[in-house]
Design a protein around this ligand. Structure first.
Ligand code: CUA
Length: 179
């Protein structure tokens, strides 16, 4: 029988469901439930998508906050593009901005101290991916994401943009040093 032919029995919904079909429905249902409960489970135990807050802002307002922090706590510059490196005091608000194709500025944080890390975009969607710890966040213009971070391992961390944002997307790298 093909789907072009009318069903052999007109009241087809009274035909009992085949065993195979029931098995597949059950497998699909169990898998749906596993995937569903993985969302809250992974949020708590995966340490990948950390809890964040989001506030409305504008690129101009946000950029002013970033600049104010740089003016206060800049310690040096890095790379050929002279990106400022900022060492804000422990416990303070730290502002990072994403734009084509930069994470700006670079940060120097102290180990085992907590910071309020703010991130926003100046233009469009970027993906904040902190390596090698693999923390991920979507960064969109008009919204300021805030996370409380307490780096517990010293070292050099790289911020990678993991949301395609144009021709130089692959060069959009940032740095955080933990001392
Ligand atoms: Cu920013 Cu890709």
């Amino acid at each position: 029988m093909t789907s072009f032919m009318p069903p052999a029995q007109r009241i087809w919904w009274k035909v009992p469901v085949g065993r195979q079909e029931i098995v597949w429905i059950l497998i699909a249902l169990v898998w749906c439930l596993i995937m569903f409960f993985m969302m809250p489970y992974w949020h708590v135990y995966g340490k990948q998508n950390i809890s964040n807050e989001a506030y409305q802002t504008t690129p101009a307002k946000y950029q002013a906050k970033v600049q104010a922090m740089i003016d206060k706590y800049k310690v040096r510059e890095e790379t050929a593009q002279k990106i400022p490196v900022v060492a804000p005091p422990a416990g303070s608000d730290v502002y990072l901005l994403a734009r084509l194709w930069q994470w700006y500025p670079m940060l120097e944080l102290e180990k085992d101290k907590s910071y309020r890390l703010h991130i926003s975009s100046m233009d469009w969607n970027h993906g904040f991916s902190l390596q090698p710890v693999n923390i991920n966040m979507q960064i969109v213009p008009g919204y300021e994401m805030v996370v409380t971070v307490t780096p517990d391992k010293s070292g050099e961390y790289t911020i990678v943009c993991n949301e395609y944002c144009g021709i130089m997307h692959h060069t959009m790298l940032g740095k955080i040093w933990v001392k």
